[in-house]
Write a protein that binds this ligand. Structure first.
Ligand SMILES: *Cc1c(COP(=O)(O)O)cnc(C)c1O
Length: 428
């Protein structure tokens, strides 16, 4: 039996009293999801424009993914990696073929997968690049978001995420995002650099899209200096930005509409979030043999990583992305989304701009980061049947499930436009 709070008020009060206050949620209590919609405990229906930070790309409760989850759960849930299971191998084969890498290392959360990539890069630096042990450095970008573990926040530049959690892990160099000069200077100066860790679009920072050639040229610089290029596609991957991967290095984009985009093949690819369609924590690190072979028995692991349920769910979640051509839908409806919002951006002084790729977009509210304008707009959007959340105070990210139809997208953009226009009138 599942015990549920029977009103929004009660659910919020219980979390407030018994839960740690590590989030500040929008005051909406959800009890059901279906496709692009979620429902609150009072029965109100909303467009979900967060998609659990892009974990629910395939839509809420996708029937095929649920079926995989349920049927595998009834059969075998966990063996640990002390023994083999009969689903992990087929999943690893499918995922490595899909993303075009030799090997996959399975983990559970995005942060764990990033940690894994950092460990692999450091080992590679000692065993293959010849850096003296303990000296390897990893280059990261300002305003990065890679998760919440102690090592990862050690190189965060967000004081809220980092303050008073030290002492921190050493061996990281921070440079500006989208700054090739800074990267080049550092690579020339320092021969102890093992890897460059980067988000193809900075999602949490506020959907910062780098200039067109940035990733490709950063990769070329890394190659020149024998430095691994690690792409954290936990948020941008799995079709979110209109391609299977935002880096899209000859991955299996069966519906090839990537033409004209710079293609980059990372040395290490980090995936999470929508790898399971939001039904289960599944993350992965992919690399070729010359890199992945630094990981040997006993040197890394996770009790739940690669469990049969995760493997079954991830296989189905990836199949859904391909079968339903969700990369193509994200690409086309992303264009439509930005063009539908263009009149708002042009005419309403409250909105300074819009940016994004595919269905990962954000609008910039014309107010300070400390203001509560974006939060209040999100409250008004909620009243009108669409939920989204500000990131960094004055930016609102819009990231619906990729299964959204053209009609649903147009209905959503008209909610966004009318809400913000009405909001502006009240405010002025
Ligand atoms: C969400 C996210 C992570 C962390 O994933 P968790 O599952 O929350 O640990 C890492 N990198 C990026 C780019 C993310 O968006």
């Amino acid at each position: 039996m599942v015990t549920r709070a029977n009103s929004s008020e009660k659910a919020i009060a219980l979390e407030g009293k018994y839960g740690a206050h590590n989030y500040h949620p929008l005051p909406v209590v959800l009890t059901k999801g279906e496709g692009v919609y979620v429902y609150d405990v009072e029965g109100r229906k909303y467009f979900d424009f967060l998609s659990a930070y892009s974990a629910v790309n395939q839509g809420h409760s996708h029937p095929r993914i649920l079926k995989a989850l349920i049927s595998q759960s009834e059969r075998l849930t966990l063996t640990s990696r002390a023994f083999y299971n009969d689903v992990l191998g087929p999943y690893e084969k499918m995922a490595t073929e899909t993303f075009n890498f030799d090997k996959l290392l399975p983990m559970n959360t995005g942060a764990e997968a990033v940690e894994t990539a950092l460990k692999i890069a450091r080992r590679w630096a000692y065993q293959k690049k010849g850096i003296a042990e303990g000296m390897a450095k990893i280059v990261v970008c300002e305003n990065n978001f890679h998760g919440r573990t102690t090592t990862i926040i050690s190189f965060s530049t967000d004081r809220t995420a980092k303050n008073e959690f030290g002492p921190f892990t050493e061996g990281f160099e921070v440079i500006a995002y989208d700054d090739l000069k800074a990267l080049e200077q550092l690579l020339i100066k320092d021969s102890n650099i093992a890897a460059f860790l980067v988000e193809p679009i900075q999602g949490e920072a506020g959907v910062y899209v780098p200039s067109d050639k940035y990733l490709k040229q950063a990769k070329a610089l890394c190659e020149k200096h024998n430095v691994l290029f690690i792409a954290d596609e936990v948020q941008t991957g799995i079709a979110r930005t209109g391609k299977l991967l935002a880096t899209c290095g000859n991955c299996d984009c069966s519906d090839r509409h990537c033409s004209g985009e710079p293609e980059v093949k990372p040395d290490i690819l980090v995936l999470g979030k929508a790898l399971s369609g939001g039904t289960y924590p599944v993350s992965a690190v992919l690399a070729n043999n010359n890199i992945m072979d630094v990981i040997t028995p006993g040197s890394h692991g996770s009790t739940f990583g690669g469990n049969p349920v995760a493997a079954a769910v991830a296989m189905e979640a990836l199949s859904v992305i391909k079968d339903e051509k969700l990369a193509k839908n994200a690409f086309e409806l992303g264009e439509l989304f930005r063009s539908e919002l263009h009149p708002l951006v042009a005419a309403n002084p409250l909105v300074k701009g819009i940016r994004g790729k595919g269905l990962l977009n954000a609008i910039l509210i014309n107010d300070t980061e400390e203001s509560d304008t974006a939060w209040n707009i999100c409250l008004a959007l909620k009243e009108n049947g669409l939920i989204a959340k500000p990131t960094h105070g004055n930016i609102i990210r819009f990231a619906p499930p990729l299964i959204i139809s053209k009609e649903e997208l147009i209905e959503s953009t008209s909610i966004i436009c009318s809400t913000i226009n009405a909001f502006a009138e009240v405010e002025v």
